[in-house]
Design a protein around this ligand. Sequence first.
Ligand code: F0G
Length: 457
Amino acid sequence: MEFRTIIEPFRIHSVAPIAMTTQSQREKLIADAGYNLFSLHSDDVLIDLLTDSGTGAMSRNQWAAIQHGDESYAGSPSWLIFKEAVQNLFPFKHIIPTHQGRAAEKILFTAIGGQGKVIPNNTHFDTTRANIEYSKAEAVDLVIAEGKDPASKHPFKGNMDIGALENFIKVNGVENIPIVMMTITNNSSGGQPVSLENLRAVSAICKKYGIPFFLDAARFAENAWFIREREVGQGNREVADIVREIAQLADGMTISAKKDPFGNIGGWLAMNDDGLAMQARNLLILTEGFPTYGGLAGRDLEALAVGLTEAVSHDYLKYRIQSTAYLGNALAMMGIPVVQPIGGHAVYIDAKALLPQIPSLHYPGQALAIELYTVGGIRGCEIGSVMFGRKPDGSEVASAMELVRLAIPRRTYTQSHIDYVIEVCAEVVKLAPTLTGYTIVKEPPALRHFTAEFAPL
Ligand code: F0G
């Protein structure tokens, strides 16, 4: 018998308080923050859906592992425990621990990027793109067309356009493509999964042309669960087994361990190539640390080793994916346009469709995010013209989509918190026709969404 209520497959073990605020207090707090949600004190937020990165709750076994951490500079037993846990799922020859995902990216693209190089991905995450461009290489997105259509219900909207990839290789030349990447799940286009069939096809193309294939695997377990649920012939497999097959299709990976591996901090870079590994370790020593701890403390390595075993639990993943869909489906049912199907780690609201009266360069996503905060103390994140609108030449161009991402931290909020979010959204929908836009009164030269100040129009 399947019951309707999805219970959290854990009990609360340690709690952190949520301080209650009123709408009039929040109106003042957000005005004082220059209408930028990144500038709020997190104590003034009731439900923090800014990101799922590093904000999840650790298990008692992870906390116990923290106590077991060994902080030896070289050759710590915590390193061996971590390495074994990583290689159990991702059997790459070389594992290089970093403090988070972007540190792994920085090392990788310092080694293989540079002027004249081009690196395709389904969709590059912002820090991946930024690290490629910083090396003077070019980052190109080749996701399938359905991946760019918020309403399309394709089950694997993170898939790479295989024809476009092969054409890309022919046009740019094998010698200019140091790696092909795949982001699982595809965060930038809505937390959408990639199918095993697509990963096999990309792997085969890479082998055919002799180009290494790398994963950006922050949400690997959620992706593998979607494969188990949605892909023909995969329904009886262990998620851990699917993850191992994905890893074996690739030649290396970068990962932010702040997502599926349940770390509050952490990441790694892995590969089979000895020469690249030596280069990467030399760079690691320059900025992160000695190769047996990289950018992490021994206790962090141990917490991640345990987190990796918990990340592939079927009970956990079933709850994780269903509970994200619970929020997304509730919003869709009340007529809020959301990116379909609901992704693994977040619900993305289409603010352009919800607030058609606000032109893109008056930032409908920002207006919606501010309203969610003032009405209910919910902090989401604008992913639209505020984040992407300012171009390197100084011009401002509207982003293709104006989204607000409600990212769900892992094992952190209960169903009643989410029911509250749904109620707040229902209230905001009623107010939607009356909402107006914002203008930017102050912005830094780059990455303006973090620190810009806004004023209501
Ligand atoms: N790759 C993907 C797919 C990511 O989602 C992130 C981070 C990174 C790489 C970079 O990892 O933060 O550990 O340096 N995403 C966070 C987010 C910040 O909110 O989606 P990091």
